[in-house]
Design a protein. Structure first.
Length: 352
């Protein structure tokens, strides 16, 4: 049977998952539980080709309906170009109907590839790269042990764009905590303005349970932001992003509070800022009611819809007041726990 990894982007939910490496070669980011407790390893091209053949047998005649594929795990571009070309060729032959092949990659691996090599990968079928920028701030990248600099992020991203491969950059508002919120917004906007990717995917930070960042919060070296502060940070970021044809996406991730803030920076930026301002100008009790509604699993309901329902509003207000009574931070602690419940767990229960 062929191997599969545990993670893929939401946009690859229906894709063929081709595992070309196992786990993450860096695996030290303090906010990321995905591969903790696992060890990175490469797979041989022969092994990967066998998997592809097995998948072709598994899909049989239905293989002609497979149009998208995704290379797992965290950094497939760490492989030499020659190996990736061989894998892409074999995959294209086994599944001739593929129109999109995508992969995760770290900026460090991207910046080690020349634009010519990346163009060759594009010609062989690699159409999109997903990469975790998280933040453009040196301080935030150091705080979270991302292991990459803003300069490397810019260089890696610009190479992908120059090669004509679509680029999805993932960013994490809130990951710098209260202390670095403004810097996180400004510097992230600065890096994205230099890269001008096709997609900017917002992944609101949630504090992972039992993680090093939770310990940092306990010790006072990191102050988690509440939902309202994170929305304000997203507004700060959006205000500093330049007009470009990038798709700014909140709709594809339910930890983003305002999932309707979604559109193209060259067409919809003003509308998205208006949506953020409309939420930020609500009375605090209504803002908290909306947070509670969204975190209870009612994803994507527009705040204006919620405000129309008086019975619902009074139930939500009562619950907010109950959570806040007797403990100043009761509401925020409750919401943080709800958000943490949506995060993946380390595969072995270990953060090392
Ligand atoms: S965020 Fe990416 S690079 Fe960092 S540990 Fe997780 S998978 Fe690895």
């Amino acid at each position: 049977m062929f191997e599969q990894g545990v993670i893929r982007p939401p946009s690859e939910a229906n894709s063929l998952l081709v595992r070309v490496t196992r786990n993450c070669p860096w695996n030290r980011c303090l906010f990321c539980p995905a591969y903790k407790g696992t060890t990175f390893s490469r797979r041989s091209v022969a092994e990967i080709k066998e998997d592809i053949d097995e998948m072709a047998r598994y899909h049989g005649r239905n293989g002609s309906h497979v149009t998208t594929a995704f290379f797992q795990d965290a950094d497939s571009l760490i492989l030499p170009v020659e190996e990736l070309l061989e894998i892409l060729k074999h995959l294209g032959e086994a599944f001739p109907s593929l129109t999109r092949i995508t992969s995760y990659a770290r900026a460090k691996s991207l910046k080690r590839k020349s634009v010519t090599s990346l163009r060759a990968l594009k010609a062989a079928g690699l159409t999109r790269i997903h990469t975790g920028l998280e933040s453009g701030s040196v301080k935030v990248l150091k705080l979270t042990q991302k292991g990459e600099s803003p300069g490397e992020m810019i260089e890696g991203g610009q190479r992908v764009m120059a090669a004509g491969i679509e680029l999805s950059e993932y960013i994490m508002p809130g990951v710098g905590g209260k202390e670095l919120s403004h810097e996180n917004a400004l510097e992230t906007a600065h890096v994205l303005n230099r890269i001008r990717p096709d997609f900017i995917r917002v992944r609101t930070f949630a504090l992972p349970p039992n993680s090093p960042m939770e310990a940092m919060a306990r010790e006072g070296c990191f102050t988690p932001m509440n939902e309202l502060e994170t929305v304000a940070e997203i507004r700060d970021l959006l205000r500093h992003l330049e007009e470009m044809p990038a798709h700014f996406r909140c709709a594809d991730f339910s930890l983003n509070l305002l999932m309707h803030v979604d559109g193209y920076l060259d067409r919809d930026r003003d509308r998205m800022l208006e949506d953020l301002d409309a939420f930020l100008s609500l009375p605090e009790l209504d803002q908290k009611a909306y947070v509670l509604l969204q975190r209870s699993g009612h994803y994507g309901v527009h705040p204006s819809e919620m405000l129309e329902h008086q019975d619902l509003m009074s139930q939500l207000h009562n619950k907010v007041e109950e959570l806040d009574s007797g403990n100043d931070d009761g509401f925020n602690r409750y919401i943080r726990a709800m958000m943490a419940g949506q995060l993946p767990r380390p595969q072995t229960g270990s953060w090392t």
